[in-house]
Structure formats: structure tokens, C-alpha cells
Design a protein. Structure first.
Length: 579
């Protein structure tokens, strides 16, 4: 059990023995001059048991004084209990986690969480808008796994909507003689894709421009989408080429970002379930035709803002984002039956998910006790406060963003490093990820490539350089045969601060799981690293004469190193061997 959990359960026992309820939470003190932690529960107990808070506090403190966890206990104000831990208790805990690092982790009982993140669109280049879904989703998956929760992740490619019709229409305009467009063709379709990765890079932007300029072009594209969704033989064959070609590039970018998925499915995989879902809704009498389209009401009496009906089928019979979403949910429940779904998608899609979740619960498609969570995220902006753009104001691709940051990080790397290019790329990705996970998930933030690649401050390079330095200190101690087996003495206040930080790890993980955001972990990493660096700057670990002190400091260094490595790994950031 972690130290703070242990103390909470000790205090619970005391409360029970005094005849009170036992709901105990210890908080890091906001007055470190008075104590390390606080117990503020006496106010609440006072209102329940009609006793003065100070009397309750006194009774608790009397019992706490009989334990040996504390060096000082005092009561402030009407009944706040301030606790400062004894050196012996801290040292004992350091030794416990030195022997079994997992004690200082957080584990939770939860069944299976299905994560939907990534969400790249076929035939469209990934842009910075896709970055956050991949970063946050991957980190949440790692957080869940770290805490002992099983997950299934799906990239949920956009491969079935109107953009597919647009791309096909442009290909048709470029190469009208291709057999895919000939309805009378009954031969075998070519094995080779008619388009390459680089073709696709300009086909979609071109088609999307033409659609805006010409209604004929737009309606041709709509017709192709509809034909595709009706499984036209030729179009399906062409579509497969497009999906395969585009996936190569998408996979490469996700690999660079370190985002991986158990399932590589797309919207199209839910298509076989659409009719089943629509029938189910129809049988329950939930759908109706409005202006020619098939819709379902999802508004509720308590709604402050009007929630419009969910659109399931257009007048021309083509299916929509919401119907695909419902069918995907249905398919996932059938195949995996998870207890929770987490969708990591841009804040701008909040209404879509609200409608889908309501429709899913209202129709019984999803069981009452299944948790459906829309985890929206804010936008990554440039210094002008608008979505991050290229210099000439265009949409910035993810690849260009990585290149841009790489050109900053490479300046920080020592010339004697062998593979400078590769390290610069890893550092650039770490820089982007840390900057992206540092703000609360749902807020917009300004990405400044120069600030975030700095060696100082709340940046990935600062954390990585510091962590690598800890590792090289530990390696040196091994080379010089300076062993360390246990924590003996707590000598300085700077080192005590680091220990107090280490005690917080389980709580930081618990809070992050509850908020489903990574910002607390990112902030904590900076605090711990900074406090360790303060300690390190004023104490020469390896040349310390007192062997007991030196040994303790090495244990401390190892514990901070391992903690950093674990938490950075949750954020999807790998610690290099050398920088
Ligand atoms: N492809 C979508 C987009 O780029 C994101 C998909 C999010 N996931 C979902 N289940 N709808 O907007």
C-alpha cells in the first residue's frame, strides 16, 4: 500500500474507534510551514456528530501521537490537523518502494475500456488537428494500462463518407477510362493502384476546391459516394486501392508519434450493421421522416439549449456520420462488450456525441450501466491565437509540424552524438507531445516551437536532459563500484522535498484517471524534476564522503529516475540513453 493510503487507513481506524464514520482524505498541505499534509475532515464530522471540531481534532491527535509516523502534529484554526512526517517513517517508505517500486503506483478495478482515438481520414493528409487525438488517446490508454485496466483501441478511420466520393470524382476526371467507372466492365480489376501516395496529397484539396466552385462537380461526387455505399463493384475496387495507399502514410505518421491501435478499423466496417440498427430504432417507434430525411428525437425536457434530432439517413438514402457512429457502437458492443467507451475527439464534435449517446441509451442499443464518455479537446493554436498554420496561412500538416520542431531541437544536441538526426526527431516528437499534454485536455493552448524546445522550463527537453543525467549518475556509480542498497539518513531539506513529491505519485495517477486528462502528470513531472535538480545542484552525490548519506542519495536518484521514466512512458515519451 502507498504511504498516504496507509496513513489514511490508519486515521480511518482511529475514527472508527472513536465512533465516527471513516471517510478520510489527506491533502498536501498548502502551508508547508505548518505541516507536510493536512486532514480537514473534522469540520464535516462536527456537523454530523454535533461536536466542536476542535474537540474531535484533539481526540484524533491524541491517538495519532501514539503512532510513530509523525515528527509533529498540530491543530490550526478551528480544527485543521497538520501533519509532518518523521524521518524514520519517510526512510522506511523509501526503502519499501526501493524494494518494490509498484507500491508507489495506483491500481484500480475496472473492466474493459474501449478507446476511440486517432480518427485520421483516408485520402486526406493528417494535419495538426489530428495531433491531439493521437497524443491524448495514446496517453490515456497507457495510463489505464499502467493502473491495471484492460483496453481496446480503435483508430476509426474516416473511410466511408463524402470525401471518398470527392476523391473518386477527381480520379474520374483525371483518368475517365479507368475500368472502375465502367458499369459494363466484367473483367478483373488491376492489382496496381491507379493513384500513388503523392497523387493523393493533391487530389483531395483539388476536389474539395472544385466542389465549392461547381454544383455539377459536387453532385457527381455525391452520386459516387452513394454508389460506393451501395457497394458498386468497380467503385469498391477503386476504394480499396485508395484506402490501402492512404493507410501507408497514415500508419507512418502514427508510428512516428508512437500511437498504436489494437484495431485498425474504419467507418466502413460498421456499414454491415447499419440496417440492423435502423430496424431496431424503427421497431421501437423512435424514428420518423422529417423533410424527407430519417431522424430521431433526442431532446430532453431539462435541456437548456435545444438539442436537434439526430440525422440518420439523407433524402437520397445515403447514410450519415451519426448513423455510422451508432452502427459502430453496436458492432463494438457485440464484439467486445466493454464497460466504458472513451472517445477522444475535438471539442467541436460535442453535439454529435451528445446526440449519439442519447440515441444509444434511449433505444437500449447501449445498456444503462455502460459508460459513454466524450473526451473533447481544445485546439492547438499559433501565437496569433488562431489554429496553428503554415507561414503562408495554409493548413499545417503533421509531418511539417514535426519538421519545424525538429529544426529547433537539433540546435540543442551535442555534436558528438552519433545519430543526431534521429535523436532530433525523437526530441521533436517528445517536445510536441509534452506541450500538448501539459494544458488541461479541454482547453485551447498556444504552441510556441521555440519556447517548448527550450532546455529550461516546462518542456520535454528539460525533463529528458535531467532524466538522462540521473541515469548517467547511476551508471557512473556502478562503474566506480559505488553500490547502494538502502536509504539510511535523511540529511537535507532539499532531499526531503523530493521524498514528499514521491509520496504524491499514487494520488496524481488517481486524479488523472478521474479527470481523464494528463495535465496533472505533466505538471507533476516538472515539479519532481525541478526539486530533484535543486537537490542535485547543491549536493555532490558521487563524491560525498559519508557513505551512508551517499548511499541514500543514490537510492533517491534511482527512485526519481524510475518515477520519471514511468510517467514519461505514460505520456508516450521515451527516455533516450544519451542526449
Ligand atoms: N474522422 C473524424 C474527423 O476527422 C474523427 C473520428 C472520431 N471518432 C468517431 N468515432 N467519430 O473528424
Amino acid at each position: 500500500m502507498s504511504f498516504i493510503k496507509l496513513l489514511e487507513s490508519e486515521i480511518s481506524k482511529i475514527l472508527v474507534s472513536l465512533g465516527y464514520e471513516d471517510n478520510v482524505a489527506l491533502l498536501v498541505s498548502n502551508r508547508p510551514d505548518l505541516g507536510d499534509y493536512q486532514y480537514n475532515g473534522c469540520m464535516k464530522l462536527s456537523s454530523i456528530y454535533k461536536e466542536k471540531p476542535i474537540d474531535i481534532a484533539n481526540k484524533i491527535v491524541e491517538k495519532l501521537n501514539q503512532t510513530n509516523y509523525f515528527k509533529s502534529i498540530n491543530i490550526a484554526g478551528p480544527g485543521f490537523i497538520n501533519l509532518s512526517f518523521s524521518d524514520e517513517a519517510l526512510i522506511e517508505y523509501m526503502n519499501e518502494i526501493f524494494n518494490n517500486f509498484e507500491i508507489n503506483n495506483y491500481k484500480v478495478e475496472k473492466k474493459l475500456v474501449f478507446l476511440d482515438y486517432g480518427g485520421a481520414n483516408i485520402a486526406k493528409e493528417l494535419h495538426v488537428g489530428h495531433l491531439r487525438s493521437a497524443n491524448i488517446g495514446e496517453a490515456l490508454k497507457r495510463l489505464l494500462n499502467n493502473c491495471g485496466v484492460k483496453t481496446i483501441s480503435d483508430v476509426h478511420l474516416g473511410d466511408w463518407g463524402t470525401p471518398m466520393g470527392l476523391v473518386m470524382n477527381e480520379i474520374k476526371h483525371m483518368k475517365p477510362d479507368l475500368p472502375y467507372f465502367d458499369e459494363n466492365y466484367d473483367g478483373v480489376y488491376p492489382k496496381e493502384s491507379p493513384v500513388t501516395e503523392s497523387d493523393l496529397a493533391y487530389i483531395y484539396p483539388m476536389a474539395s476546391k472544385k466542389k465549392k466552385e461547381s454544383e455539377t462537380y459536387a453532385s457527381e461526387a455525391r452520386e459516387l459516394t452513394q454508389k460506393l455505399q451501395n457497394k458498386d463493384k468497380g467503385l469498391i475496387a477503386l476504394w480499396k486501392h485508395i484506402v490501402n495507399t492512404s493507410s501507408i502514410d497514415i500508419k507512418r505518421v502514427y508510428e512516428d508519434l508512437g500511437a498504436s491501435f489494437d484495431l485498425w478499423l474504419g467507418e466502413s466496417d460498421a456499414d454491415p450493421y447499419i440496417d440492423e440498427v435502423l430496424n431496431l430504432l424503427d421497431k421501437k417507434g423512435l424514428t420518423y421522416i422529417s423533410d424527407g430525411a430519417l431522424v430521431m428525437d433526442v431532446c430532453e425536457d431539462e435541456d437548456k439549449l435545444e438539442i436537434p434530432p439526430i440525422l440518420l439517413k439523407k433524402t437520397d438514402g445515403s447514410i450519415l456520420y451519426a448513423s455510422t457512429e451508432m452502427a459502430t457502437l453496436y458492432m463494438r458492443i457485440k464484439e467486445y462488450n466493454p464497460s466504458e467507451f472513451w472517445y477522444i475527439v475535438d471539442n467541436r464534435q460535442e453535439l454529435h456525441f451528445k446526440q449519439v449517446f442519447r440515441a444509444a441509451k434511449k433505444s437500449g442499443l447501449v445498456n444503462e450501466n455502460v459508460g459513454l464518455y466524450f473526451l473533447g479537446f481544445g485546439t492547438m493554436n499559433g501565437s496569433d491565437g488562431k489554429p496553428f498554420k503554415t507561414r503562408d496561412g495554409g493548413v499545417m500538416s503533421l509531418k511539417s509540424l514535426i519538421e519545424l520542431v525538429k529544426s529547433e531541437t537539433i540546435k540543442k544536441i551535442n555534436d558528438n552524438i552519433t545519430d543526431k538526426e534521429a535523436l532530433a526527431k525523437d526530441l521533436a516528437i517528445a517536445t510536441i507531445k509534452y506541450a500538448d499534454l501539459l494544458p488541461n485536455r479541454s482547453t485551447d493552448y498556444i504552441f510556441d516551437p521555440i519556447k517548448f524546445s527550450d532546455l529550461n522550463g516546462k518542456t520535454a527537453p528539460y525533463l529528458l536532459y535531467s532524466t538522462v543525467r540521473m541515469k548517467s549518475l547511476l551508471n557512473k556509480s556502478l562503474e566506480e563500484k559505488i553500490g547502494y542498497k538502502k536509504y539510511n539518513i535523511l540529511k537535507t531539506d532539499l532531499e526531503r522535498n523530493v521524498i514528499l513529491n514521491l509520496l504524491e505519485v499514487p494520488k496524481v495517477l488517481e486524479n488523472s484517471l478521474n479527470s481523464k486528462s494528463l495535465n496533472e502528470i505533466a505538471e507533476y513531472l516538472y515539479k519532481l524534476t525541478n526539486n530533484y535538480n535543486n537537490f542535485y545542484a547543491s549536493n555532490k552525490v558521487l563524491i560525498e564522503k559519508d557513505t551512508k548519506v551517499r548511499e541514500s542519495w543514490l537510492v533517491l536518484t534511482e527512485l526519481v529516475y524510475k518515477t520519471n521514466k514511468m510517467l514519461l512512458n505514460i505520456l508516450g515519451i521515451t527516455v533516450p540513453d544519451k542526449i
